[in-house]
Design a protein around this ligand. Sequence first.
Ligand SMILES: O=C[C@H](O)COP(=O)(O)O
Length: 262
Amino acid sequence: MVTTRTPFIAGNWKMNLDHLQSIAFVQKLAWSLKDAKHDYASVETAIFPPFTDLRSVQTLIDADRLELSLGAQDLSPSDSGAYTGDISGAFLARLDVKYVIVGHSERRTIHGETDEVLAAKVAAAHRHGLVPVVCVGETAEDLEKHGPSAVPVAQLRAALSQVPASAEIVVAYEPVWAIGSGQAATPDQAEQVCAALRSTLVEVLGADAAAATRILYGGSVKSSNIAAFMREPNVDGALVGGASLDIPEFASIVRYQHHVGV
Ligand SMILES: O=C[C@H](O)COP(=O)(O)O
């Protein structure tokens, strides 16, 4: 079976840009991509603003018919009730949010999220028709002790424990040591782990679902290294943090197909 996976470039704003800044930012990004005649069909482009920006950004996307996909940075494993500070997948779905990041290493380390919580969040996303972007990745210590693939593969298995083969997911391989460090993995390193993650998808979800699932690399992605990652057969896109907050830089990442030598 031949499956073509649409490349996916996602900007995770983390806790940056308030709701007013987000409007100006999205307008400028859209103009920049329009000026460059970006073909959204050839590279799906998504942004993941903070929760408080989602309504403003969704209204803008809707009013200006922008082809940007909207994502949220997290969701509650529960649907409603006494969970102070949590945001339900049902609320996100009402705002036309399509994707939701789960298991980002910053949630795992700062908020102590376990693989069990992550699996429950993946299930909650699917209950509300959201596509979870499941983040996995090893720390520098994991890398030294267990090699590159063991921890990301174990995290993926745990996250998939409640996923039916028919449900769409996106996987993001983000080595923790590469996030925000300026020291990206090499394309070879990324490919090695992404290939192991795809084999895991084959085992757990079956060959067809695995072939259709997009696997992203994340960790110090910039306009100068994106094209090399995208040449790898098992890397289908990128989850971009810091560089997604710089409009010319993010627009250049999104338009990697036009870089010289690609
Ligand atoms: O979600 C994005 C990642 O944490 C990567 O962040 P970074 O591009 O700033 O290294």
